[in-house]
Design a protein around this ligand. Structure first.
Ligand code: 6GU
Length: 243
């Protein structure tokens, strides 16, 4: 997979060199490049923003540098352009899985009040990109798209085939089946007077799977009632008692 990230604060993306994406880059799974938007400005002060038409607080990112940046990065790979913004569609695991199938992603990280809408409208119409996805992490406001791009990239890259040491852990983690994950335990069996639930020591794989499914349902109902569908309460574990 190829990923390009455009930002006026490219240093913000330095953590991508570390941790999971760093590992994927080393392994040749991922060709990731970070670009400074200011290289596509032509005025002495490398201006990327201006006051909003119609008035109001804050600044808007000018269309010209973004137009040139995306012209340069929308190669014959017809990338998907991801625009992190609090006014985007909610980013969820299903979208991470969808983006993990793409050959080329370009992240356009805006600051201030956002990017001139014509840039996105133009991109959506040009043949040179496959699609434009305006995406939000959740219902709160960050100062810019950089931190959101880090989160989205990490969520996508760990799904690339050959990336995870143990792909089975992908099937069992939170949100894989629409539920939060069950609680987990390791040695010692008793710690500060607290015992690991006995069923986990029983060796009865069917009982363990049933217990975990029950815990996942309970947790989801308590913490995320928005995810808990009454119809699920009747269904059994989606993964059997594999060890
Ligand atoms: Cl994707 N961008 C910004 N700037 N703020 C956000 C966000 C994204 N998601 C939640 N808040």
């Amino acid at each position: 997979m190829r990923i390009d990230v455009v930002s006026i604060f490219p240093d913000y993306l330095a953590p991508l060199e570390l941790s999971l994406p760093g590992k994927a880059r080393g392994g040749g799974l991922l060709d990731l490049r970070v670009h400074d938007l200011r290289q596509w400005t032509h005025d002495r002060h490398h201006t990327t923003d201006d006051t909003p038409y119609g008035g109001g607080a804050g600044m808007v990112m000018r269309p010209e540098p973004w137009g040139e940046a995306l012209d340069a990065l929308a190669t014959d790979t017809r990338p998907t352009v991801v625009v992190p913004t609090p006014s985007g569609a909610r980013f969820i695991q299903a979208m991470a899985a969808e983006l993990a199938e793409r050959e080329h992603l370009v992240f356009a990280c805006g600051r201030y009040e956002g990017i001139d809408q014509r840039v996105l409208d133009h991109l959506a119409e040009t043949e040179r990109v496959a699609e434009v996805r305006e995406v939000s992490l959740g219902d709160y406001v960050l100062n810019g798209g950089e931190v959101a791009a880090l989160a989205i990239i990490e969520a996508v890259v760990r799904l690339l085939p050959g990336f995870m040491g143990n792909p089975e852990s992908l099937a069992e983690e939170s949100h894989a089946d629409g539920l939060l994950e069950y609680p987990v335990y390791t040695r010692p069996a008793s710690w500060r007077g607290r015992d690991v639930p006995a069923v986990l020591l029983s060796g009865d794989h069917a009982a363990i799977a049933a217990w975990r499914h029950e815990q996942a349902l309970q947790r989801t109902a308590e913490r995320r009632p928005d995810l808990a569908h009454p119809s699920r309460l009747a269904s059994g574990p989606s993964v059997g008692g594999a060890d």
